[in-house]
Every structure is written in C-alpha cells, then in structure tokens.
Design a binder for this molecule. Structure first.
Ligand SMILES: *Cc1c(COP(=O)(O)O)cnc(C)c1O
Length: 355
C-alpha cells in the first residue's frame, strides 16, 4: 500500500480472474474460454493486416462492427454499443444508470464481478437468494424499487431462465433498468435481444469471449433503446474514445460475418457438453441442466475443493469457488471432445480412490 492511494482504493477488493498458469501445460477447463479456434475468416484478417494502419486512431464509433452486429441480429446500428469486452460495458452501465448510493438487485450466487463493480461505484447490492435448486425465482424480481442485473444463463450455476420469464421481470419493473448479461446465451438459452425494441428499460449485453472464441481480443456489445445507448456513449466518450483498436474491429466483424462457422462450432460444443453431462450423472454427480459452455457439479462422496485439487494434480484445471452455498461445487468449462474424454478418465480414477 502506498500513502498516495485514495481512500476508495485502500478498501477495494478486486475481482479474481481464473488462473492462467505458466508453470506447466494444463488442460484448461477453468475460465470458460471456447475450445475451438476463432473463425478462419478472423485468421485471414490478422494474417493479412496492413500494419501501417496502426499509425492511425481507430474509428471511435466502431461503425463497421456495429453495422455487422445490427444486421446479424436484425437490430439498428443506433441501438448497439461496443465495448472492450463485456466487463467494460458492465462497468459503463453501472456508471450510466445508477447514482452512488442506489440499490442494485442481483442473485446471491452469480457473476462475481457484480459485487466488485457495485463497490467500485458505491452502489448498495441487494442480493436475492436462489431457490434450493440453484434457480432464480422470477417472482422475487417483480416490482422492485431499483435496477436489476441478471446473468442469463446464470454463472456459475449454468441454469437459464426462458425468454418469457425474463420478459415478466422486465415488464414488472417498468421504472427500473434491467440489465441482462447474456455472456453464455449462444449455448442453448433464449436471447431477449429482440425485446430491446419493445422495452425502454432493457439493456442486453453479450460478449465475443465465449461463443466467438475471441477472449483475447476483448470485444463485447450491448443492445438497447437509443437513449440507453446514448448514455453509455456519453460515459465512454468522457473516459476513453478509443476503447476498441483497429485490429479488433476488423477481427470482430469477420467473426460475426462467419455465421456458418459460429453455428457449427457452438453446436459441436453443445454436443460435447451433453455427453459430458451424461457421463458425470452416471458417476453419481449432481449436474443442473446447463445452457452454458460449462457444467456446475457436485458429488456426495468428495468435496469440491478436493476434486479441484486432485484434478489440478493430474493436469486439469477447473474453477473452484470457496463461497458459502457453492463451496462443494466445481465449475467445468467444456473443452474439446478429446479433452473431455481425458477429464472423464481422471474423474473416474479420483472417484475410485475415494470409495
Ligand atoms: C465471461 C463473462 C463476462 C465477461 O466477458 P468479457 O471477456 O469481458 O467480454 C461477463 N459476464 C459473464 C457472466 C461472464 O461469464
């Protein structure tokens, strides 16, 4: 600690990203990255990039990528905002739609960045417990007195609400902003992007880090009514006009263009997820129905922490949260078919030792 830190920074508890180990080569099933390469069209863009271009600032409006997203999802360009990863958009959204001291509602078990941003921007988190099946109870989110943020599917539980359930929440909170974080929506959930045309209190956020295999590029987007988007722009242009670099704009545009590759690889991932889920259930694991690119599982014979450590010993990294209510679970990112076969073998051995 330096004596030059301000009072806020002295007290901050930052988000802990999943391990990116350098000591040895692990099978990495811990940070929900996509196991397949980005689209070959992205590879092409990067390999043929004219580096002289980097002398110039990028387009601060990111129009090329906005247009591509708008056309892919049937939205208007003025309803799209692009961020340097969706985490950045989340931060801008907290800054745009809340005053310091405001309440913000989210589940007691959800993406652990929400409490971090709440603290950073002086909001008062009102956490609503999941039910005993780790599900969000929609009735708990009706007629609230401040803004709401929900990850759908939720993290790390992997469980999704349906479109109708989300719409009930939006409709029952006409005077509150409702932010839906759809980081994992492409893996089987129902997006509410379309509802941004109907409700002026809905902001939907998606990322290129999961289903589009571009976690390293840092791209995300938000969709919402024009006034909501204008607010995000105001904050962005008061902070950093050039959040998205030239190469990212080109690469992101190519990734959206190649819808065929996107759909094919997402489908392959879902197939592997269902296969892994079936095997884990046969081994006696509790496995909620996942609509994400990960499984959230527990076993009655071995603790989450022990599983995490034993898997790590055998070269497989999964995510473990030492947090009340979920400290007996591990979160397993779905890897390639081959990686999951190795994972299943290791799990089988570990369970044998723990008879
Ligand atoms: C991964 C993730 C994000 C952030 O992704 P970016 O890499 O910042 O785009 C946001 N929300 C949830 C729930 C996530 O799991």
């Amino acid at each position: 600690m330096s004596r030059f830190w301000n009072n806020k920074v002295k007290e901050l508890v930052p988000y802990t990203p999943g391990e990116q180990p350098k000591d040895k080569k692990y099978i990495k099933l811990n940070t929900n990255e996509f196991p397949y390469s980005p689209s070959p069209m992205v590879e092409d863009i990067i390999k043929n990039y004219d580096f002289e271009d980097l002398r110039l600032y990028p387009d601060p409006d990111v129009s090329e990528l906005k247009n591509e997203i708008a056309s892919f999802y049937g939205l208007n360009t003025e309803n799209i905002f692009i961020g340097n990863g969706s985490d950045e958009i989340l931060a801008f959204a907290f800054m745009t739609y809340f005053n310091s001291g405001d309440k913000i509602y989210y589940p007691n078990i959800t993406y652990s960045f929400y409490p971090v941003y709440s603290d950073l921007f002086d909001l008062k988190p009102e956490t609503i417990p999941l039910n005993k099946n780790f599900e969000i109870e929609t009735d708990d989110y009706k007629n609230l007195d401040s803004g709401i943020i929900l990850a759908n599917p939720n993290a790390p539980t992997s469980i999704a609400l349906g479109r109708d359930q989300i719409e009930e929440i939006i409709a029952a909170n006409k005077d509150n902003i409702v932010i839906i974080d759809e980081a994992y929506i492409d893996f089987g959930g129902e997006s509410v992007l379309e509802l941004t045309k109907k409700y002026d209190n809905l902001l939907v956020i998606q990322t290129f880090s999961k289903s589009r295999a571009l976690a390293g590029m840092r791209l995300g987007f938000a969709a919402g009514n024009k006034e909501l988007i204008d607010g995000l722009d105001k904050v962005k242009f008061s902070f950093n006009s050039y959040t998205i670099n030239r190469l990212s704009i080109k690469a992101g545009t190519a990734a959206v263009k190649d819808s065929e590759y996107f759909l094919k690889t997402v489908e392959a991932l879902i197939k592997t997820r269902e296969k892994t889920k079936k095997v884990l259930k046969e081994y006696g694991f509790f496995v909620p129905d996942s609509k994400a690119n990960f499984l959230f599982v527990s076993h009655s014979r071995i603790s989450g922490e022990e599983l995490y450590l034993k898997l790590k010993d055998s070269g497989i990294l999964v995510r473990y949260f030492k947090k009340p209510g979920i400290d007996n679970f591990i979160r397993i990112t779905i890897g390639t078919e081959k990686e999951m076969e190795i994972f299943e073998e290791k799990i089988k051995e570990i369970l044998k030792q723990n008879k």
